[in-house]
Design a protein around this ligand. Structure first.
Ligand SMILES: [Zn+2]
Length: 289
């Protein structure tokens, strides 16, 4: 278990799984084999799997405990979810998420907020769980904080092409009256607030944390792999608005470079905690073990 404590805030990574089936050329579809030549050496074995040459992606939630709140940021892929478009997630039954939460001393009932950086299926899965054939909120006492524009953007997509993860992981939260629709600059209090980081999805947000002068940010999917610190212009295949995603990533890297902000990079390899520093004309991610 990886934890960070600063001021009154403790961050615990809840790792559902680590994926190694992401081929670089399809994950970043605008790249060619030659683009990877200078990166392979430093990426192996942490950010690139030695056996397959595929990218390593962690699927995790961040448990954020402040003096006032118990918050889960993003809820991974989930168990039992029908995801026919992605066979490795389809009806998966890993059984890792809730036991790790319990190991951190937290029951589902303890969680009072679930923050959702965006509504891709690997960030909303444990919003709900299957009980007696129905999808019910996993966290019965929580308010689920969704950016209004994110929900509206996905509902528009859903009208054009049905989105299974809305049906099983988002709508049950709305139906239970547990959704709190907010603007992308929503602040829970002076320790926890959202920051608009659009492009990857319609109204993507990151989560900012501050306590006693120390700061952290949970990125969500504005960046996916440390190679994008060196190559901020590389577009990830699911970036909804590629140019906007690129601009957001560049702005984020500029803003956090050499800044005293702990970066909790959602999909980065373990330990996923680190700092952005300058490297030549671009950036570099220094892990904090
Ligand atoms: Zn993701």
């Amino acid at each position: 278990m990886q934890q960070r404590q600063f001021g009154n805030i403790r961050i615990t990574r809840i790792v559902e799984s680590i994926g190694t089936d992401f081929q670089p050329l399809t994950f970043f579809p605008e790249t060619g084999p030659e683009d990877w030549e200078s990166h392979r050496t430093w990426m192996l074995p942490r950010a690139m799997d030695t056996a397959s040459g595929n990218l390593v992606l962690v699927f995790q939630a961040f448990l954020v405990q402040t003096s006032h709140h118990t918050i889960i940021v993003d809820t991974c892929v989930g168990d039992d979810k029908p995801r026919e478009a992605r066979p490795s997630w389809h009806l998966q039954q890993l059984g890792t998420f809730l036991p790790l939460l319990a190991k951190a001393g937290v029951t589902p009932e303890d969680v009072d907020y679930v923050f959702c950086t965006h509504m891709h299926s690997d960030h909303v899965g444990w919003n709900t769980q299957l009980r007696d054939g129905r999808w019910v909120p996993t966290f019965p006492n929580a308010q689920y904080v969704f950016a209004r524009g994110e929900l509206e953007g996905w509902e528009k997509l859903h009208r054009e092409t049905p989105q299974p993860h809305l049906i099983d992981s988002v709508y049950p939260i709305l139906e239970a009256g547990q959704a709190k629709l907010v603007e992308p600059d929503f602040a829970l209090d002076d320790e926890v607030w959202l920051e608009s980081t659009p492009g990857h999805t319609p109204d993507h947000v990151s989560v900012r944390l501050a306590s006693q002068g120390a700061q952290a940010v949970i990125t969500g999917d504005l960046i996916h792999n440390p190679v994008q610190c060196l190559e901020p212009a590389w577009i990830m295949r699911a970036d909804f608005e590629p140019e906007r995603a690129k601009a957001t990533r560049q702005k984020f890297l500029d803003a956090h470079c050499e800044a005293d902000v702990l970066v909790c990079a959602t999909h980065f390899p373990e330990p996923s905690f680190g700092r952005i520093v300058r490297r030549d004309d671009a950036f570099w991610f220094t892990y904090e073990e």
